[in-house]
Design a binder for this molecule. Structure first.
Ligand code: NAD
Length: 313
């Protein structure tokens, strides 16, 4: 993993912070930053690169699309971000055309074994569009999906139960957006279903699980309202995916990818737990869900598919 070359396209709040996070975590060998605004990419590369003496030797520079020629992973973080009150799907047509122009350039140079990681919103539909435009294998085209929402859920449940978030196994599935599904049916702490854990523990905060679900779903709206953008936790999520892609760890992450019959859902990208290895998505894991959760997942899938069709994909 530490020998990998990563190209980040789009060096706004999210792309630049992903670059910084990859540097701090010493995750890769080479980080290339590309943006339509060359000065921005150059400024970020200088600022991040000046930190190299504090970590292990690494190359950080602003580049061109031809630098994709020997890239291992290309991270797509370019495009418009949510403004206060905007939903992720409001960004669709603008960011679909940004992706189309970027992917035409990327595909001129990148090796066919490259791994593409989409982060720009609406990330599920843009992951699907990336698959369609590039024709790459679905195992190699990944969206950051609900890895962030799953982290937000675990962070909130950790505050609620006073248990280390790493010992909380709970997932957010489906769309990274308004139709996301919290998989309470299979949520566990220390081998106990979450409801049972809370009943036994007696130390949980007063919040209900429904309040926690709502706060996770609305977290981005609240952060954008308060500070204008979200970028720290998503960058840690992207770094976690990059590390899984390099390590052959088969870590389970709720990345977005093409569904091929899981929960009877097809021809749409959304998040379910997937094992991530060095070649991309190694396999999907169909965890037990309640009938209501499956129905919600399918409704979300239909909506995402419909939105993609509306813009011609
Ligand atoms: P930003 O406005 O700060 O940065 C976007 C960058 O993209 C800018 O630097 C811009 O110059 C660049 N860009 C635009 N068009 C381009 C093109 N054709 N080629 C190259 N670069 C181009 O936005 P941000 O806050 O960094 O957010 C970026 C995206 O990430 C948004 O869509 C946002 O919604 C999304 N996001 C996703 C998650 C997630 O969990 N998936 C979380 C937070 C934000």
């Amino acid at each position: 993993m530490k020998d990998r070359k990563v190209v980040i396209i789009g060096t706004g709040f999210v792309g630049a912070t992903i670059g910084y996070t990859l540097l701090v975590k010493e995750s890769v060998r080479e980080i290339v930053l590309i943006d339509i605004d060359k000065d921005k990419a150059e400024g970020e590369a200088m600022d991040i690169g000046h930190g190299v003496p504090f970590v292990r030797p690494m190359q950080v520079y602003a580049g061109e699309y031809r630098d994709c020629k020997d890239a291992d992973i290309i991270i797509l973080a370019a495009g418009a971000a949510q403004k206060p009150g905007e939903s992720r799907t409001d960004l669709l047509s603008r960011n679909a055309s940004v992706f189309k122009s970027i992917l035409q350039e990327v595909m001129r140079y990148c090796p066919k074994e490259v791994l593409l990681l989409a982060v720009t919103n609406p990330v599920d539909i843009l992951t699907y569009i990336t698959l369609k435009i590039t024709g790459l294998s679905p195992v190699r085209v990944i969206g950051s999906g609900t890895v962030l929402d799953t982290a937000r859920l675990r962070a909130r449940l950790s505050e609620h139960t006073h248990i280390d978030a790493r010992n909380i196994h709970a997932y957010v599935l489906g769309e990274h957006g308004d139709s996301e599904v919290t998989a309470w049916h299979s949520a566990m702490i220390a081998g106990l279903p979450i409801g049972e854990f809370c009943n036994r523990c007696g130390q949980c905060s007063g919040a209900s699980l429904e309040e926690i679900r709502q706060s996770v779903k609305n977290a981005a709206y609240e952060i954008v309202e308060k500070k204008g953008a979200t970028y720290y936790a998503v960058s840690l999520a992207a770094e976690r995916i990059v590390r899984a892609l390099g390590g052959g760890e088969n870590s389970i992450l709720t990345v977005s990818g093409l569904c091929d019959g899981e929960y009877d859902i097809r021809d749409v990208c959304l998040s379910i737990p997937r094992a991530i290895g060095s070649h991309g998505i190694a396999r999907s894991v169909e965890i037990p869900l309640s009938d209501g959760e499956i129905a919600a997942l399918r409704r979300g899938a239909d909506r995402l598919r419909q939105l993609a069709r509306q813009i011609g994909y």
